[in-house]
Design a protein around this ligand. Structure first.
Ligand SMILES: Nc1ncnc2c1ncn2[C@@H]1O[C@H](COP(=O)(O)OP(=O)(O)O)[C@@H](O)[C@H]1O
Ligand SMILES: [Mg+2]
Length: 309
């Protein structure tokens, strides 16, 4: 497993090169190299929560994700990094079948959650997305009260009776609801800041608070996996550092997969890091320390040292 011999690598600007029978396209500044299967053949400590095998995604004729295989261990933070357009969001959306909603997207391969293929016929997508929740780049709370943002999901899933109709028919469970709201907000490190204004509109919160509210909303339905797509990239440094602390803390109980284009963030919060590069390839996947200190791939080294991307 030696680093690619420098003699084999060539600095290029926008080229297509034939390597071992395969065409490798690169963007300006990227080195051409042949990727090796052992660079992604990483066996993490801990039980596998999600096992992805030979995952390919096409958008029409565009091959966005190329034959990605990786195992994501439970109760840890897995970071996905790489330049814009390399397929990180596409990969993340495959993990709870959000790509199903995108017209023209075709997903091939398998994704197993606790050993069960989530793409097999008959999978209940509502149940799947309850087990595998998602937090997006821009905080998107509902234009409702803080309390209702939390209880909305469990209510929709039929796990708790709240709301006007439940109150009118005497079926409301206000105590269960307030326990759930308190527990979720505490777990998302937001309770102290909002407990005296739970009936206020969530849109009045700061951006960082809104994002922690979205995390609390995700936690309220009892997920096992939390997918986060650049969850802090719209936030200021202080709000970002709160989200980072929270991500590390959540990994005690949940499997967290986080996309970030902020390399320091990946290095700070994650246990293992997967590097996707141009062309939708997973190039290297390993312990975060290994990726940042001594990667196998020259392209990964160039990327993390800021030579492109
Ligand atoms: N909904 C979509 N329809 C068509 N092409 C898409 C769609 N989403 C992403 N793509 C394409 O797939 C590739 C990977 O995109 P994406 O997963 O968003 O990358 P990243 O999150 O790493 O920036 C890009 O070429 C992008 O243009
Ligand atoms: Mg993205």
């Amino acid at each position: 497993m030696s680093r690619t011999n420098p003699a084999e690598t060539t600095e290029t600007t926008d080229s297509t090169e034939q390597t071992d029978g395969r065409t490798v396209s690169t963007t300006a500044g990227e080195t051409v190299e042949e990727t090796r299967p052992e660079w992604t053949d990483y066996d993490a400590d801990g039980e596998t929560k999600l096992a992805v095998e030979n995952l390919n995604v096409h958008y029409g004729d565009d091959h966005a994700l190329k034959d990605v295989s990786m195992e994501i261990p439970e109760q840890s933070v897995t970071a996905l990094i790489g330049p814009s357009g390399c397929g990180k969001s596409t990969f993340l959306r495959c993990l709870n079948r959000m790509n199903d909603r995108i017209r023209g997207a075709r997903v091939d391969g398998t994704v197993e959650l606790d050993g069960e293929d989530i793409y097999q016929d008959g999978v209940d997508l509502v149940e799947l997305r309850k087990r595998v929740g998602m937090v997006f780049q821009n905080p998107n709370p509902f234009p409702k009260s803080i309390r209702e943002n939390i209880s909305y999901g469990p209510r929709k899933h039929g796990d708790i009776e709240t709301g006007l109709l439940a109150r009118l028919t005497g079926r409301a469970e206000p105590e269960r609801e307030s326990n759930l709201v308190e527990r979720s907000l505490k777990r998302a490190a937001l309770w102290e800041e909002v407990n005296d204004r739970l009936e206020d509109n969530a849109l009045g919160l700061s951006g960082g608070q809104q994002q922690r509210l979205c995390i609390a909303r995700c936690l309220a339905v009892g997920p096992e996996v939390i997918l986060m797509d650049e969850p802090a990239s719209a936030l200021d440094p202080i709000a970002t550092s709160k989200i980072e602390d929270l991500i590390e803390d959540l990994a005690e109980d949940y499997t967290v997969v986080v996309v970030t284009h902020n390399m320091q963030q990946a290095a700070r919060v994650s246990d293992q890091t997967a590097v996707f590069l141009t062309g939708g390839e997973l190039v290297e996947y390993d312990d975060t320390d290994k990726i940042f200190e001594n990667p196998e791939s020259q392209r990964v080294e160039d990327y993390i040292s800021g030579k492109f991307g």
